[in-house]
Design a protein around this ligand. Sequence first.
Ligand SMILES: [Zn+2]
Length: 344
Amino acid sequence: MCQVSALRRIRGFSFHRRTFAKILSSRCVLDSPLLSFTSRPVRAFYSDRFVLPLPDGHRFPMQKYRMLRDAVADVLPSVSLEEAPHTSDGVLALAHHPHYIHRVTSGALSDAEQKAIGFPWSPEMVERSRRSAGATIAACRAAIMAGTAVNLAGGTHHAQSDRGEGFCVFNDAAIAARLMQAERRVSRVAVVDLDVHQGNGTASILATDDSVFTLSLHGENNYPFDKAVSDLDVALPDGTDDDSYLAQLASALSQMFERFSPQLIIYLAGADPHEGDRLGRLKLSMAGLAARDRMVFDAARTRGLPVAVAMAGGYGRVIDDTVAVHLQTVSIASSYCSAGLETA
Ligand SMILES: [Zn+2]
C-alpha cells in the first residue's frame, strides 16, 4: 500500500492516466453497442477551478473533480470541456428561498447551518455552488440540443429550499428543471437519482410540483436517515449486488414511464453505489455501474429523450475508483450523444 501511495506521489497524473486508460479499454465500455452512434462531441461542463478552502483532513474528496477533468481531457479527447457559467440569485430562487440565498451569498449562515452543509463558509464556496448549478443548467440546455451533456460535478440533491446539508448548498437539479421550464424548452422533467443517498432535498423542493417527477434508488440504511417522499422511491438493502440493482432499476424506470412522460431527464449518476465506496453500503461492480448507466441512456434513447448527467457523490476508499466510475459514465454518455433531439 505504501508502495502504491509512493508511486502516486512520484508519478503524479501519469499513474492515473494509465489507470483510466486501462479502464476505458476494458470490456465495460468497449462492449457498448452504441459507440458507433457518436456523431458529435458531448459537452462537459466543469467547475473544479472553483475549489473550496477546506481544513486539513476534511473528509470531502474535493480533488476528485480536478482528477476527473484531467482524466476526461487525457483519455476522452472527443469530449468538449467548457467552464460552467455562474448562476444568478434570480435563477437560484427558482428552487430556493430568497432569505437562504442571501444568507449563503452574504456569509450570514449560522455555525449550525455551516455544520449541516459540512463546509465552512467562504466566498469560494458561494462561487463554486453557483458554478456547479450553472453546469447542470448548461448541461440541460446542451442535452436538449444534442441528446446528452454532462456536468463534471453537481448532483447536490440534499439541498433544501431554505437550507443546505450533506455537502450540498444549492439543488442544481431542481433549479435546472425549473429553469428549463421557465425558458420554455420543456414542460415536464424527470430527475432520475441513482446516487446511493436519497435525493431528499430534490424530493422536498418538488413535492407539490406535478411537472417534475422525482425517482430515487438509494440505500435504505444510508444518509439521510429521515427520508423525504419522492414520486418514486426504491430503498435497497445493504450489500445489493449488480443483478438485484439492475432488476430494481429496470422496474423503477418502467413504473416512471407508465406514470409520467418527461421531455428531459436529469440523471444523477452517483459513483457511491460502487463496492469500493466508504459510505455506500452497496456492492455494485464497475461493470454493473456501466450497465446501470446504459439502462438509463437506453430508456431515454428509446423514447427520444435528452439526458443531462450530473456526477453526484462518490467517496471511494481509493479515490481513483471513484474517478474511474465517473469517467466511465462520461464515456458512456459520450457514446450516446447524437444529433439533435426534438423535445419541446
Ligand atoms: Zn451520495
